[in-house]
Every structure is written in C-alpha cells, then in structure tokens.
Design a protein around this ligand. Structure first.
Ligand code: HEC
Ligand code: HEC
Ligand code: HEC
Length: 204
C-alpha cells in the first residue's frame, strides 16, 4: 500500500497550524493535542525565498533532528520527488503520479492482487455557502480498499454521514487521511468543494 510512503512526506498537522493561526476562518482549528508551532518564518528568513505558508512549514523541517550526524545521509524530499508533478500549492500531486505511472504501488503483499476499482462519484451537499463536495470513488479505490472507509468512518449510503469541517480538521471522516497522508485540507478547499451549487450532480 502506498500510504506508508506518503506518511513520511506530509507532516500534516504541523503544516495546518501556521495557517490556522492566521485566523482565515473561525471554524478552522488545529487538532487540540498537537504541539504548538511558532509563526512561520518571513520570506527573508527562508534560504530559498519561499513564501507559501505550507511549503515554509515543510522547509522548517519539524520531523528530523538536523544535529544528528546521519541527517545528511537522508534523501532530500525535493530530490526524491523531482519526477512527480506538483499540485496548485506546490506539493506532489499523488493522483497525477499514480495515473501517469510515475509511481505504481502494489495492491497487496503478493504481486497477484488487483485493486477493486469502483467508479461512482458522490456529491455531498451539506456544505453551507461552499460549493458541493464531489467524492470520487474511482480516485480512492485505485489504492484503497472498500474496508478502509466502509462501514467506518462512512456508512455506504449517500447522505447518511453527518460530516462537518471541524470533524475533518480533527482527523475524522475525510480527515482520517486528508491532512495526514493525502493532500492538505486547509490549502485545498476547492479540490473537494468542486461542484458549484445548483449545477447538476454527476461529473461526466
Ligand atoms: C478532503 C475534502 C475536503 C476539503 C479539502 C475541504 N472540505 Fe469542507 N467539507 C467536506 C465534506 C465531506 C463536507 C460535508 C459535506 C456533506 O456532509 O454533505 C464539508 C463541509 C463543509 C462546510 C459545511 C459544514 C460545516 O462544517 O460548516 C463548510 C462551510 C466547508 N466544508 C468549508 C470548507 C473550507 C473553507 C475548506 C478549505 C479551508 C474546506 N471545506 C475543505 C470536505 C472537504
Ligand atoms: C476513501 C473512502 C471510501 C472508499 C475507499 C470507498 N468508499 Fe464508498 N463511499 C464513501 C463516501 C464518502 C460515500 C458517501 C457517504 C455519504 O454521502 O454520506 C460512499 C458511498 C458509498 C455507497 C452508497 C452510494 C449511494 O448512492 O447511496 C456505496 C454503495 C459505496 N460507497 C460502495 C463502495 C465500494 C463497493 C467500495 C470499494 C470498491 C467503496 N465504496 C470504497 C467513501 C469511500
Ligand atoms: C482512507 C483514506 C481517505 C479518506 C477517508 C478520504 N480520502 Fe480522499 N484521498 C485519499 C488519498 C490517499 C488520495 C490520493 C492522494 C492525494 O491526492 O493527496 C485522495 C485523493 C482525494 C481527491 C483527489 C482526487 C483526484 O482524482 O484528484 C479528492 C477530491 C478527495 N480525496 C476527496 C475526499 C473526500 C471529500 C473525502 C471524505 C468524504 C475523502 N477524500 C476521504 C485518501 C482518503
């Protein structure tokens, strides 16, 4: 499963915090039990002149101990990711990487297993003033099993799961993976909230 690889690369809770602290939106709060992070450095403090708060947080490198002599033997993320296309905010776009064949995770321990790909889009409309959420089964079942989501955290019945953003930011529902191993929720509202309200439901 590809997820363990992704986990190393996206230290999500630490990325979420600086932006959440900026107070863009009142309901967006970091998980209560994560260590406080100081304000992101200003652009002038960044060796690469980076300004986006998400990438600044990555640059600050909260995971590794830079004083460890073996630190320099680790492969740098930019080197490891140089063949992977970036998403709109500059992080690796794992869906593009998968679909283009840049990565090809195994479906199981043996080489014979195949993913059970399921092509069903679900439009979730409990979004207040935001565009509706389009949940694509196809993108997820290319590398996840039905049992990763059904019956927990999602009962397999459209509209039967009361999902709120605060729960997602706390790591429930979509937030079990998004912000943790999949793309960062705070910076990518539009990747989930992708269907304008009042427009007919299905994508294709
Ligand atoms: C990983 C997917 C995902 C991302 C990214 C995402 N949302 Fe949501 N959002 C959802 C889902 C799912 C719901 C619930 C929809 C439903 O139950 O019908 C929701 C519901 C909402 C709601 C209504 C419910 C509530 O809690 O108030 C608002 C407002 C909202 N989102 C705003 C945002 C904003 C602003 C962002 C970016 C900072 C964002 N969302 C990013 C998936 C996402
Ligand atoms: C990454 C999470 C995830 C995975 C993996 C997943 N689903 Fe779902 N599934 C959902 C969500 C989210 C919904 C919508 C729930 C809602 O609207 O409250 C849903 C809804 C459904 C529904 C209800 C459709 C309807 O119209 O009522 C069925 C059936 C379903 N899934 C089957 C499957 C099957 C079969 C698989 C594996 C091949 C699968 N799902 C894999 C998240 C997932
Ligand atoms: C079990 C883990 C898991 C859950 C739960 C989950 N996702 Fe994802 N999702 C992923 C992974 C892994 C990817 C691919 C990695 C990435 O794009 O960062 C992904 C990608 C996506 C994409 C991009 C699809 C594309 O083709 O570009 C969208 C949109 C998305 N998820 C929405 C949602 C929404 C909405 C929910 C909740 C209703 C949800 N996801 C729940 C793991 C999950």
């Amino acid at each position: 499963m590809a997820l363990c690889g992704l986990l190393l690369i996206l230290p999500a809770s630490s990325i979420l915090e600086p932006a959440a602290a900026a107070g863009t939106s009142a309901f967006v709060k970091p998980a209560p039990n994560v260590a406080p992070v100081e304000d992101p450095p200003r652009a002038s403090e960044s060796p690469t002149g980076e300004t986006h708060p998400a990438r600044l947080a990555l640059e600050r490198n909260p995971i590794y101990d830079e004083s460890n002599p073996d630190y320099l033997r680790l492969q740098r993320i930019d080197e490891a990711m140089r063949f992977v296309k970036r998403d709109a905010i500059g992080f690796p776009d794992w869906m593009v990487a998968l679909r283009s064949g840049a990565i090809s995770p195994r479906a199981g321990l043996s080489t014979t297993e195949r993913m059970d790909v399921f092509d069903l889009d679900i439009v979730m409309k409990n979004t207040k003033e935001m565009p509706y959420v389009l949940f694509p089964h196809q993108s997820h079942t290319l590398w996840l099993d039905c049992s990763n989501c059904h019956p927990r955290p999602f009962l397999p019945k459209a509209g039967s799961n009361p999902v709120s953003m605060s729960q997602i930011f706390r790591g429930e529902y979509c937030g079990m993976c998004h912000d943790r191993v999949a793309f960062i929720t705070f910076f990518s509202c539009d990747r989930c909230h992708s269907v304008a309200q009042g427009v007919s439901a299905q994508k294709k």
